[in-house]
Write a protein that binds this ligand. Sequence first.
Ligand SMILES: Cc1cc2nc3c(=O)[nH]c(=O)nc-3n(C[C@H](O)[C@H](O)[C@H](O)COP(=O)(O)OP(=O)(O)OC[C@H]3O[C@@H](n4cnc5c(N)ncnc54)[C@H](O)[C@@H]3O)c2cc1C
Length: 378
Amino acid sequence: MHDPAAEFLADVRAFARTHVERDAAAWARGETLDPAVTFHAAGIGLTRMEVPVASGGLGLGFRTKVEACAIIAAVDFGLAMSLVNTHNVAKRIAMTASETVASRLLPDLVSGRASACTALTEPSAGSDVSAMRCTARPTDGGWILEGEKTWIVNARHARLSIVYAQTGEHGDGAGIAAFLVDLTNPCCERYPIESGFSQTSIGTGGFWLNRYFAPNEHAVLPAGTAFKAILSEINGARIYVAAMCCAMVSAGLRLACAHGETRQSFGKPLDQHPTWREPLARCATHLAAAWALVEAAIVATENGADTRHLAAAAKVNAVSLAQVQLPAMLHAMGAEGLKEAYPVTRHIGASQIAALTDGSTAMLLDRLARWNPTPISL
Ligand SMILES: Cc1cc2nc3c(=O)[nH]c(=O)nc-3n(C[C@H](O)[C@H](O)[C@H](O)COP(=O)(O)OP(=O)(O)OC[C@H]3O[C@@H](n4cnc5c(N)ncnc54)[C@H](O)[C@@H]3O)c2cc1C
């Protein structure tokens, strides 16, 4: 029977095994992405998964998006983040922009000719989003945007950004609105951000907006709704980031298992040594629990339930798992695991990035301190 989600995921798996596996080590060395990779990703639908069919999308569900992100992250977390961020902007435009704006902007995003980003973070406003200093002031026919955004996925190459800016008093969450911004406009100045963990495939960068004019039709989320919209959208992001962390650990565990079957030590394969097997058994146990929490969060999303706590818990748990278990899997592979042919060292860097994006571990723990997850009455 024709199953569009299964067919799409088969294409994603093939893409991950070919294009992503082939190039991920080079991206980690700072080599730029071949545009053919992004075109291929867009061609199979990775930038239009949840975009409605009527808007040129695949109209697939949240679960499929989470699985697609996880499949790519098992090979390269950065590329998965880059593609899903473009996708999320395309979905937002399809949902909230006027038909004229959508028909002008969507085709390039879904075809891979352009990438996009969502920009909240600023040099002096990270965890405390409501402290943002980027302003939007009304003018004839639109808004003047002024300020800087930094540490933004895709900002080094995105054509389009959804920029959150303060329309009211500094510190007023209800005054924050969201605007579509053309980053190729001369009023935008962008810069790449590099770090000890390569930021190439995730495309990290920042930009300044110098008296940028956004017409009224580009105000996609008005003040009063934008802050709430991003908080609810971010729950979905936490779930797919959790799945991506689980997938990175799954990849590390699989590699360590395979290594243990063939690597000889003291006259027998490593996996014949009980003390060598124990960390793998612990990893598998914690990994199963982490995937189960992701599954619970997906089911809650599908049922339209409140996912605030489940999404936060799934992310905190999966990120912590990756931060602990990926070094353990690397150790189990001995020196061999350090070779760039394997993704484990890259995944360790990625798990540190995952701990910050879409709500840092500290901020999510603050919310979870008030959560009682006990499922039965005691
Ligand atoms: C690779 C990468 C990509 C990113 N992509 C995007 C993007 O696309 N769009 C976007 O808008 N942002 C993006 N971010 C920014 C990300 O959302 C921020 O890094 C995050 O919100 C944390 O902000 P900060 O880094 O300024 O840390 P800070 O807010 O300065 O916090 C520093 C540390 O203190 C902790 N902390 C902060 N406040 C408290 C508190 N009250 N109690 C206890 N602990 C606290 C934090 O958890 C963190 O560990 C990205 C970041 C990275 C690294």
